[in-house]
Design a binder for this molecule. Structure first.
Ligand SMILES: Nc1ncnc2c1ncn2[C@@H]1O[C@H](COP(=O)(O)OP(=O)(O)OP(=O)(O)O)[C@@H](O)[C@H]1O
Ligand SMILES: Nc1nc2c(ncn2[C@@H]2O[C@H](COP(=O)(O)O)[C@@H](O)[C@H]2O)c(=O)[nH]1
Length: 219
């Protein structure tokens, strides 16, 4: 009888996936990412390098790796990044280290990056990438969230609001779009997307032998 491989619950012999969450600033990527990481121990966070100043409470090496512009430029030159972009007047980049080896081992990674980075990762690793875009329920609510977060000056908030519609215009470059109105509802949808993507046929390479066994002519 064919042995059901351990891949039936999608934990083994599967290439990892790159799960990207993008949105206009303030729509809730960080909030949903933190919930997902707490909920799913198989998911690792891709910690970006940035030249922006840490917000109160942000921890170097956990939320971001904070570098000077000079250090960042050197890292670009050294080929340190899978992708990088200028966002809101600062540089942001995804380090290569860990991710490539992790994917081969079947580990999944969560990316909180903008549409420019998403495009770059998709061009490099189309089959590994799952692109999810979060929308705010309205622009008024987006402004309210940015203000209520209390981490940015009025000037920074105005700059991010001014870019929001340009960011939203890239929504059609994503595989999934979820409106983040109620946090728990949005989170449940993101969890469902992740579960479905983990079961995608292309990723479950460990199932091939099992399926062949099932298809062997009966004697
Ligand atoms: N569904 C929601 N309802 C109400 N408030 C929310 C919701 N989702 C997130 N928030 C709040 O909105 C603020 C912005 O959320 P968050 O920091 O997660 O956004 P972000 O998309 O990561 O922003 P940025 O791109 O600037 O990092 C936070 O104070 C968060 O608690
Ligand atoms: N292309 C990339 N974009 C990134 C990366 N890390 C974060 N970001 C995006 O930048 C903005 C602003 O982030 P904030 O934390 O300063 O509010 C947001 O859209 C992030 O998704 C990255 O490595 N590459």
């Amino acid at each position: 009888m064919a042995q059901i491989p351990e891949t039936h619950d999608d934990t083994l012999h599967r290439r990892g996936l790159m799960f990207i969450l993008s949105s206009p600033s303030g729509a809730g990527k960080t909030t949903i990412s933190r919930k997902l990481l707490a909920h799913d121990e198989r998911m690792g966070m891709s910690v970006s390098v940035t030249t922006r100043q840490p917000r109160p409470g942000e921890i170097d090496g956990k939320d971001y790796i904070f570098k000077t512009q000079e250090q960042f430029d050197q890292m670009v030159e050294d080929g340190h990044f899978m992708e990088w972009a200028h966002v809101f007047g600062h540089s942001y980049g995804t380090p290569k280290s860990q991710i490539k080896a992790g994917l081969k081992e079947g580990r999944d990674f969560l990316f909180d990056i903008d549409w420019q980075g998403t495009q770059q990762l998709y061009q490099k690793s189309e089959t590994d990438v799952v692109r999810v875009f979060l929308l705010p329920p309205s622009l008024d609510e987006l402004r309210r969230r940015l203000t209520a977060r209390g981490t940015d000056s009025a000037e920074v908030i105005a700059g991010r609001m001014a870019r929001a519609q340009a960011e939203i215009s890239h929504w059609d470059g994503y595989d999934y779009v979820v409106v983040n109105d109620d946090i728990d509802t949005c989170f449940d949808k993101v969890v469902q997307i992740l579960a479905a993507e983990r079961l995608s046929r292309a990723r479950q390479t460990g199932l091939i032998g099992f399926v062949r066994e099932l298809m062997r002519p009966e004697v």
